[in-house]
Design a binder for this molecule. Structure first.
Ligand code: C2O
Ligand code: CU
Length: 464
């Protein structure tokens, strides 16, 4: 565990201008000439930038790009990534949400030491088109490596996409905490307890950028919440949008007329935004979402993430969206049951309060198997949050289907079928999901508030 830092004196929010002198969202170039093979290198290394005049801010990046360069491939492609670790800590690359074999998934058991390298190789099955990401997953270092900049985008495209032709916009959010000297401070006690939120939320590594909407009046937004802990209750005040995709790709039918959509840490969403008659500027805003933070933290405020300038729009009328985007079959009859319980525990250490975050009463142990599943068996997982705080649950190795949610004795069946790898649990809520694991080996399941994961809110699933 990193040491707990004293609360830093932070740079005032208005000291950082809009935009940032950081690199534009880069794309990873395929170095292979073979059809269906994507081969490239990702190097994790420090990068210095001057955000505060006269001071250097040290980020940790993949290939000097913040966020990490986009990997864009097709279903069926084979991916071969050489990972070079130029950090002073062990690291790994976890392919968040992608169906890859356990030994290629950057598990905490297989870290790449400082100065080391390894090749990750996997083939993407058909039907996995969607919006994914990659980030480090070494035991206890994940939170720090992610908040210093190590997180990159991964899009798997289908040969046939019913939304083809709609211009896409990629929006990845991350938190940035900066002190007066432009340094990124280590986590303090509040960060460890609530998960870290900075005073800045960056979108594509820019501070409150202005984006110009497409002239055609309609865009498809792929949104990643790569923040360690921040909940994004997204709104575009005065403008509704349609949900068309979740963590694991398209949903069956567009859900139009949404005024807000909650994207919790690690989740992704695909939205269709229509300008309609708007020609003004509207802020994409994260509305207040009370997630049960503890301690003496300042109350949350609504936060502008970026400004959309609708003035370039030339067209008012948009054709209707396709009624059906894909079909998602129910995973089928349940063969086995799993139960996961999240709890928090307060203890005293050196005269100070300390929180433990537990899964089934325990903190993470790399040598322990917590649950066992059989390959190709449909399981019903009951995930129970007995803690006072919301926690986003993430399962490695597969996308799952949410069946129902239960809170205060009221059961609500999930209103639509979708693929997820991360699902939020409100305090006191139980969520039931159906999942199937396709490979033998070890998988993680954990809270995706990265500080909680680092404190051990994680378990191991052995698939036999
Ligand atoms: Cu996004 Cu186990 O991680
Ligand atoms: Cu948590």
């Amino acid at each position: 565990m990193g040491e707990t830092a004293a609360p830093a004196s932070l740079l005032p929010v208005d000291a950082l201008p809009r935009g940032l002198p950081l690199r534009e969202l880069g794309k990873l170039t395929n170095e292979s000439k073979t059809l269906g093979l994507f081969r490239a290198t990702l190097t994790a290394a420090p990068l210095r930038a001057e955000l505060v005049a006269g001071h250097a801010t040290e980020f940790w990046t993949y290939n000097g790009s913040l966020p990490g360069p986009l990997i864009e491939v097709f279903e069926g492609d084979t991916i071969e990534i050489t990972f070079v670790n130029r950090l002073k800590q062990p690291s790994s690359i976890h392919w968040h949400g992608l169906p890859v074999p356990p030994e290629q998934d950057g598990n905490p058991q297989n870290p790449v030491p400082p100065g080391g390298k390894r090749v990750y190789r996997f083939t993407l099955p058909d039907g996995c088109a969607g919006t994914y990401w990659y980030h480090p997953h070494p035991h206890t270092y994940t939170a720090e490596q992610a908040f210093r900049g190590l997180a990159g985008l991964f899009i798997v495209r289908a040969r046939q996409d019913p939304l083809n032709g709609i211009p896409e916009r990629l929006l990845v959010t991350s938190d940035l905490k900066l002190d007066q000297q432009g340094k990124i401070p280590a986590d303090d006690a509040d960060d460890w307890m609530n998960g870290r939120e900075g005073q800045f939320v960056l979108v594509n590594a820019q501070h409150m950028p202005v984006v110009r909407f497409d002239t055609g009046g309609r865009e498809r937004w792929r949104i990643w919440n790569a923040c360690s802990a921040r909940y994004l209750r997204l709104t575009l005040p005065g403008i509704g949008f349609a949900l068309v995709g979740t963590d694991g790709g398209l949903i069956e039918h567009p859900i139009a007329g949404l005024q807000e959509f909650l994207v919790v840490p690690a989740q992704r969403a695909e939205l269709i935004v229509d300008a309609g008659t708007h020609r003004d500027r509207v802020d994409l805003t994260a509305a207040v979402y009370p997630r049960g933070k503890m301690g003496e933290v300042a109350p949350d405020k609504a936060l502008s993430l970026l400004t959309v300038d609708f003035s370039p729009v030339r067209s008012t009328i948009q054709p209707p969206l396709p009624l059906q985007l894909c079909s998602i079959a129910d995973l089928g009859p349940v063969k086995a049951h799993k139960r996961v319980v999240f709890t928090e525990q307060m203890s005293m250490k050196d005269g100070r309060h300390q929180m433990s975050f537990l899964v089934n009463g325990k903190t993470y142990d790399m040598k322990r198997v917590d649950l066992t599943s059989r390959r190709n068996e449909v399981e019903l997982w009951e995930i129970v949050n007995q803690a006072d705080m919301d926690h986003p649950f993430h399962l490695h190795g597969t996308q799952f289907q949410v069946v129902e949610r239960e809170i205060h004795g009221v059961v609500t069946p999930e209103p639509f079928r979708a693929w997820h790898d991360t699902v939020n649990l409100k305090s006191g809520e139980t969520v039931r999901i159906k999942a199937v694991q396709r490979w033998r080996g070890l998988r993680m399941f954990h809270c995706h508030i990265l500080e909680h994961e680092g404190l051990g809110m994680m378990g191991q699933l052995k698939v036999v």
